[in-house]
Design a protein around this ligand. Structure first.
Ligand code: SF4
Length: 422
């Protein structure tokens, strides 16, 4: 790490942040990054020179403990600390990651329309313009090289990079599992299968295609291309998302192949970030059809694995209403299996989602309380339940009250699912 002063800029190259993800009530940066501080703002860049975070200080915009973060898909997320008390109780994190989705508006207002955020982006553009006017040949070569990368990675180039990223994996990741919050959504996606089993009527993230496995060569090609794409910044990643909507249905051999190839091909062992994680989605049918050998294999991988299952409800009327071909009996069996896997395997946590909406049939909420309370004789710390808000949640206040009530009754950790894409 080396600090340089250029005019009123303080520049720190290859600064070391935390080497594992932790839940903490002040802003913490992870991995290795370079930083430029101006009197008003702090800009952090990844090792490719791409803007990573912007945080303000002393000018009134952006609370000093809040920040903007750019994803590899070129979305900006506003990490909000305030505006609503009890963020941790609601989402399990000290900061609410605000991506501009309507269904995420349960806990926060849209920060992206604020003049503070517009000023933050302007400040970044002004910084790049300023760096472009410097005589780089007069600077320390490492500093000049870093400035060169920052100048090159302007908005058009970042858009191109996001397109290239989506081309590699064959399209956008329309939704990440809620458990990826544990690594601040910093996952490398490797797609093992497209489509899903049910193509439910209510779902807004589905592709509409039937479940189709990717060939092994495609998985290998993705991993090789992702290695090149992330380049210098690869060492800041320790987590893989095996996509898309039901990787568990891909079965033991495909999952073992993809996870092991990703671990090697994306140099997870050499990552600056410790405690590698693997994330995937499953479904009621995939968990019920999975042989025990699948979980046995996952448990022995060099990752801690999170599998998120969309249970949605435990009420037959609700399944008809949302056009999902499931029954309460099947959901109960899937829930029982989820709890058994969680108790058997120390390196796996299966979590589940249930929907929340103002228009859902009345028995919906009582059905999920019954499932997650009366089927368990005590509180379990593994098996987080996520409540996923639909488009129409009705009154936000009522939703918060009902969520709080549910959380008290549920015998599992319980949080709201804030959708993030990549
Ligand atoms: S909820 Fe899951 S299974 Fe249903 S359509 Fe959406 S992605 Fe597919």
């Amino acid at each position: 790490m080396r600090t340089h002063t250029v005019e009123d800029l303080t520049v720190t190259l290859e600064k070391e942040g935390a080497d594992r993800y932790i839940k903490i009530s002040y802003p913490l940066r992870y991995g290795v990054y370079s930083e430029v501080r101006t009197p008003d703002d702090t800009f952090q860049f990844n090792l490719n020179g791409e803007i990573k975070t912007i945080q303000g200080h002393g000018r009134g915009w952006l609370d000093a403990s809040e920040w903007l973060k750019r994803t590899v898909g070129n979305d900006w997320i506003y990490f909000s600390a305030g505006g609503y008390t009890g963020a941790y109780d609601f989402i399990g994190e000290y900061y609410v990651p605000c991506l501009s989705y309507d269904t995420n508006a349960v806990l926060f207002s849209d920060r992206f329309n604020s003049s503070d955020v517009a000023e933050a982006f302007n400040a970044w553009h002004q910084l790049r313009d300023r760096l472009a006017r410097l005589d780089l040949s007069a600077l320390d070569p490492k500093l000049a090289e870093f400035f060169g990368r920052v100048i090159e990675m302007g908005p058009a180039q970042l858009e191109n990079r996001a397109r290239q990223f989506h081309d590699i994996i064959g399209g956008e990741v329309s939704v990440l599992p809620p458990d990826t919050r544990h690594v601040e959504y910093d996952v490398i996606p490797v797609i093992v299968a497209d489509g899903c089993l049910y193509n439910c009527g209510f779902c807004r993230v589905k592709s509409g295609n039937k479940f189709t496995l990717r060939p092994a060569e495609n998985i290998i090609d993705q991993i090789q291309a992702l290695n090149e794409f992330y380049g210098r910044d690869l060492k800041n990643y320790n987590s893989i998302f095996l996509g898309q909507h039901d990787a568990l249905f891909a079965g033991k051999d495909v999952l073992a192949f993809a996870a092991r190839k990703a671990y090697e091909g994306l140099a997870i062992e050499q990552s600056k970030m410790k405690e590698p994680r693997l994330f995937l989605f499953g479904s009621v049918d995939s968990i019920l059809q999975s042989e025990e050998g699948v979980f046995d294999m996952l448990n022995r991988l060099p990752f801690y694995t999170y599998i998120n299952i969309g249970l949605e409800s435990a009420d037959a009327d609700t399944f008809r209403f949302i056009e999902k071909p499931l029954t309460p009996k099947k959901v109960k069996k899937a829930f029982t299996r989820m709890m058994a896997v969680n108790q058997t395997y120390s390196n796996i946590e299966i979590t589940a989602n249930f929907i929340y909406g103002a228009d859902l049939p009345e028995p919906h909420l009582p059905s999920i309380i019954d499932l997650t309370r009366n089927n368990l004789d005590h509180f379990h710390s593994k098996g987080t339940i996520y409540i996923s808000p639909l488009e129409n949640i009705g009154s936000k206040e009522k939703m918060r009250q009902e969520f709080t009530e549910f959380k008290k009754l549920c015998r599992l950790p319980c949080y709201i699912y804030l959708i993030q894409r990549l």
